[in-house]
Design a protein around this ligand. Structure first.
Ligand code: NAD
Ligand code: UDP
Ligand code: UDP
Length: 343
C-alpha cells in the first residue's frame, strides 16, 4: 500500500534526500533500519512528529515491538520484520541505517551474524540507496577507534583496533561498513553521511543488555550491588539519546559527509558513574568489583569540534540531568507497570 502513494519528497536523480536551501521541506519517505531498537525508536518518534513517512525495517533481534507500538494505526508509520542481511526493495528518499546489535553482550552472542549484519546488511542498504537515489546515513561507532592511543578522539584518528579479538566482529564490522559507505559515495556518487556514535543511554534501552548504564540503573532499582568491572578507573562519555537523535537528523539534513563524532564530551570513570547512579536512585547501593572483559578500551571521550563547527550541534543534557529521565522508564518496566513505558 505504501508504494502506491504518490512520491511526496523533493526528488531528483542521484540525491533524493536533498532539500534546496530556503525551501520548506515536505514530508519525506524515510527508512529506519533497526527502528524498533533503543536509538532507532526515538529517531522514529521525531521523524513522524515532523511529518515524514517512516518505514521501520527490523528483525527484532534486540529491538522490541513495544518501542514503536504507540505508532500503530498512524498511516505514516509502517514496520517490516526483515533481516537486512537479505535484499529488500523499497522506494524511499532517505535511509537511516542503524540495524546492528550495539551492546557487547548482544554482538558477541553471534559474532558471525554481527559481521554479516555490518557488512552484507550495509551493502544491501547501500545497494537500495543507489537504486532509488536515496541519501544514506550510517550509524558507526566510537569503537572504530578501538583502545585509542589518542585522547580525546578526533575523526582524523585511524584507531587502534584488534582485528582478531572478541570485540572485532563489531569494531571491524563497523569499520568495513564505513569503507563500503565511502566506496559507494565515491564510486556510485551516492549521497552518504557517517556518524560515529559514543556511548548513549536513555529510556527504552534493553534492561539486561549488559551495558554499564543499564546495568547500574537496573541493579540500583533492584537493590542489587552495582557491578564495577576491573578497577573502575576506565572512562566513557555518556550521551543522552535525544541529543544523539538531534545530531543524526542535523547530519542527514546537512551538506557534510563526515565522519562526525556524536557524543557528550563529559568524561566519567565507572566509579564516578556509580556515584551518579547512587545519588540519583539509592545512596546506599553497594559497589561490587568484577574482573574486566577482554579488550576493554581504557579511555573514551569524543572531540566534537567538527560537529559543532559544521553541523551547529552539541549535546545539551548532562549525565546528572539525563540519568533521572531513564530511571522512571526502567522502574516501570522492571516492576511491571507499563503505563508510562513510552513516555
Ligand atoms: P539496539 O540493539 O537497541 O538496536 C539495534 C536494532 O537493530 C534492534 O532493533 C535490532 O533488532 C535491529 N537489528 C539487529 N540486527 C538486525 C538485522 N540483521 N536486520 C534487521 N534488524 C536488525 O541498539 P542501539 O543502541 O539502538 O543502536 C543503534 C545503532 O547505533 C547500532 O548500529 C549501533 O551500532 C549504533 N551505536 C549505538 C551506540 C549506543 O551507545 N547505543 C553507540 C555506538 C553506536
Ligand atoms: N539491493 C537491495 N535492494 C535494492 C537494490 C540492491 O537489497 O533495492 C542489494 C542487492 O541485492 C545487492 C546489494 O544491495 O546484494 C548491492 O547492490 P548493488 O546494486 O550495489 O550491487 P550488485 O547487485 O551489482 O552487486
Ligand atoms: N562495565 C562495568 N560494569 C558493568 C558493565 C560494564 O563496569 O556492569 C564497564 C565496562 O567494563 C566498560 C564500561 O563499563 O569499561 C562501558 O561498557 P559498556 O559495555 O557499557 O560499553 P562499551 O564498552 O561498548 O563502551
Amino acid at each position: 500500500a505504501f508504494e502506491a502513494e504518490p512520491r511526496r519528497g523533493i526528488l531528483h536523480p542521484g540525491g533524493a534526500g536533498r532539500v534546496p536551501l530556503g525551501l520548506k521541506r515536505k514530508g519525506l519517505r524515510v527508512v529506519v533500519t533497526g527502528g524498533a531498537g533503543f536509538v532507532g525508536s526515538h529517531l522514529v518518534d521525531r521523524l513522524l512528529a515532523r511529518g515524514d513517512s517512516v518505514i521501520v525495517v527490523d528483525n527484532l533481534f534486540t529491538g522490541r515491538k513495544e518501542n514503536v507500538l504507540h505508532h500503530a494505526g498512524n498511516p505514516n508509520f509502517e514496520m517490516i520484520r526483515h533481516d537486512v542481511v537479505e535484499p529488500i526493495l523499497l522506494e524511499v528518499d532517505q535511509i537511516y541505517h542503524l540495524a546492528c546489535p550495539a551492546s557487547p553482550v548482544h554482538y558477541k552472542h553471534n559474532p558471525v551474524k554481527t559481521i554479516k549484519t555490518n557488512v552484507v546488511g550495509t551493502l544491501n542498504m547501500l545497494g537500495l540507496a543507489k537504486r532509488v537515489g536515496a541519501r544514506f546515513l550510517l550509524t558507526s561507532t566510537s569503537e572504530v577507534y578501538g583502545d585509542p592511543l589518542q585522547h580525546p578522539q578526533v575523526e582524523t584518528y585511524w584507531g587502534n583496533v584488534n582485528p582478531i579479538g572478541v570485540r572485532s566482529c563489531y569494531d571491524e564490522g563497523k569499520r568495513t561498513a564505513e569503507t563500503l559507505t565511502m566506496d559507494y559515495h565515491r564510486g556510485a556518487n551516492l549521497e552518504v553521511r557517517i556518524a560515529r556514535i559514543f556511548n548513549t543511554y536513555g529510556p527504552r534501552m534493553c534492561i539486561d543488555d549488559g551495558r554499564v548504564v543499564s546495568n547500574f540503573v537496573a541493579q540500583a532499582l533492584r537493590k542489587e550491588p552495582l557491578t564495577v568491572y576491573g578497577d573502575g578507573k576506565q572512562t566513557r562519555s555518556f550521551q543522552y539519546v535525544s541529543d544523539l537523535v538531534e545530531g543524526l537528523m542535523k547530519l542527514m539534513e546537512g551538506e557534510h559527509v563526515g565522519p562526525f563524532n556524536l557524543g557528550n564530551p563529559g568524561e566519567f570513570t565507572m566509579l564516578e558513574l556509580a556515584k551518579v547512579v547512587q545519588d540519583t536512585i539509592d545512596p546506599n547501593a553497594r559497589i561490587e568489583f568484577r574482573p574486566n572483559t577482554a579488550d576493554d578500551p581504557h579511555k573514551r571521550k569524543p572531540d566534537i569540534s567538527r560537529a559543532k563547527d559544521l553541523l551547529g550541534w552539541e549535546p545539551k543534557i548532562s549525565l546528572k540531568k539525563g540519568l533521572p529521565l531513564m530511571v522512571q522508564d526502567f522502574r516501570n518496566r522492571i516492576f511491571g507497570d507499563q503505563k508510562d513505558a513510552n513516555a
